[in-house]
Design a protein around this ligand. Structure first.
Ligand code: HAM
Length: 418
């Protein structure tokens, strides 16, 4: 019986994994420089954490969650995103008690039952960042600058940072009504989806992807023109800070995001090298979510980026040699050498060298071919003569130079050559 992977999920094969590990290691390095620490929440949670956190009327909650009853009849959901889990952990472990801005990041798979297409999967990986405990515009700007710094460390250029502000619980209700009034006269021209959104979540009409709706949305009242003084000051503050560090951005009045927890700043980063699914990263401020889950008032700012999309645009050819290759490939000729190579491999590895060999032996030509394929730095050749004399041949695979080394100090001599 042939069983294939589920539609919309993919294997990350050994050929690609070094790219993933390299990108992930850059994230660990850059984020640590800004004082962020990793958190690893579970990949499934009680369903109502997501339905309440993300918003009952969002596409994610209405149509995309992998929800099931576990064996005790509890409703659980494979996480469609990480923010709600981090908020839950923040409250559960009283991380607020430290009275510092908690700067957290996470990395791992998310699950959404979306229609699979290029750049859109049902299991995909995110790197997410959450800065929890300050409403200061410095936090918004610093986190976006860190993100752009991370992209720069990967050699990425040509990315677009789009910025908007969605206001707060004080100014948004009035804006919502103004927006509904303006949408009302266009209802017959808008798609069915927008007609439904009009009542329940009218802001989402602004980011409809249907071409005719986009034209209408462009003329609708803009959030940024209906901000209260506090939101306006915050937004101008963030913009000034981005300007002061020469971080380019565009204002995008239609950027409302697909999750309901946002207040104030929202942003997305997109790449022109991607097709329809061109958003690499999205995020913003969410000042009310911790309180909504009965935690203390905790203004937060964060983002998440899609690793599949990111990795597909990283210029790996300019990244230098980040792939991992063995230091030594042991080529052994004859039965004695074959036997010895097992313990020698063990010995060299315990001395810290990375070692490969051909378990099945065979001709010198065949084994040298495999050494070449493994891209090892050196081949260590041992046959009967070498074993008898206690001197092994060490061949440099890049220039074919050969050196005789003593069996007794084999590991040190190889290390000297690396
Ligand atoms: P999001 O915009 O839903 O935000 O997702 C962030 C990123 O995840 C997207 O920009 C995209 O690159 C990637 N992504 C989303 N869905 C898929 C998919 N089906 N296949 C491949 N990649 C996908 C959030 O998840 C928020 N939690 C971000 C956040 C953190 N806001 C504040 N803190």
């Amino acid at each position: 019986m042939k069983i294939q992977a589920i539609r919309g999920v993919k294997d990350i094969l050994p050929d690609e994994i070094e790219k993933w590990q390299w990108v992930e290691s850059k994230a660990h390095t850059v984020f640590a420089r800004y004082g962020f620490k990793e958190i690893r929440p579970p990949i499934f949670e009680k369903t109502n954490l997501f339905s309440r956190g993300i918003g009952e009327t969002t596409d994610i909650v209405e149509k995309e969650m992998y929800t099931f009853d576990d064996r005790s009849g509890e409703k659980v959901t494979l996480r469609p995103e990480g923010t709600a889990s981090v908020v839950r952990a923040f409250i559960e472990h009283k991380m607020y008690a430290a009275q510092i801005v908690q700067k957290l990041y996470y990395l791992g798979p998310m699950f959404r039952y979306e229609r699979p297409q290029a750049g859109r999967f049902r299991q995909f990986y995110q790197i997410g960042v959450e800065a929890m405990g300050s409403h200061h515009p410095d936090v918004d700007a610093e986190v976006m600058i860190m993100l752009m710094d991370f992209f720069k460390s990967l050699g990425l250029t040509g990315l677009k940072l789009q910025l908007n502000s969605l206001g707060c619980s004080k100014c948004r209700p009035a804006y919502r009504e103004t927006l509904k009034d303006a949408i009302r006269e266009h209802l017959s021209d808008l798609c069915d989806n927008c007609n439904q959104r009009y009542e329940r979540n009218p802001l989402r009409v602004l980011d409809c992807k249907v071409p005719r709706d986009k034209e209408i949305a462009a003329e609708l009242p803009k959030t940024a023109d209906h901000l209260c003084d506090e939101c306006n000051d915050h937004f101008q503050g963030v913009r000034l800070l981005l300007d002061s560090t020469n971080t380019p951005y565009d204002l995008d009045h239609l950027l409302v995001r697909g999750l309901d927890y946002y207040t104030h700043t929202t942003f997305e980063v997109s790449s022109s090298d991607l097709g329809a699914q061109n958003a690499i990263c999205g995020g913003g401020r969410y000042n009310m979510l911790v309180e909504e889950f009965d935690g203390p008032p905790t203004p937060c700012f964060g983002f998440a980026l899609g690793l599949e999309r990111l990795i597909s645009v990283v210029p790996f050819d300019q990244a230098g040699d980040f792939e991992k290759h063995p230091d030594v490939f042991i080529v052994c000729l004859g039965e004695e050498a074959q036997k010895l190579s097992f313990t020698l491999t063990h010995q060299l590895r315990s001395e810290g060298l990375s070692v490969e060999r051909d378990y099945d032996g065979g001709s010198m030509k065949r084994q040298m071919k495999k050494a070449n394929k493994s891209a090892s730095r050196f081949a260590l050749i041992l046959g009967e003569d070498e074993i008898n004399s206690g001197k092994y041949q060490l061949k440099n695979m890049s220039n074919s130079e050969q050196l005789e080394i003593s069996a007794d100090s084999c590991a040190e001599e190889i290390k000297k050559q690396l």
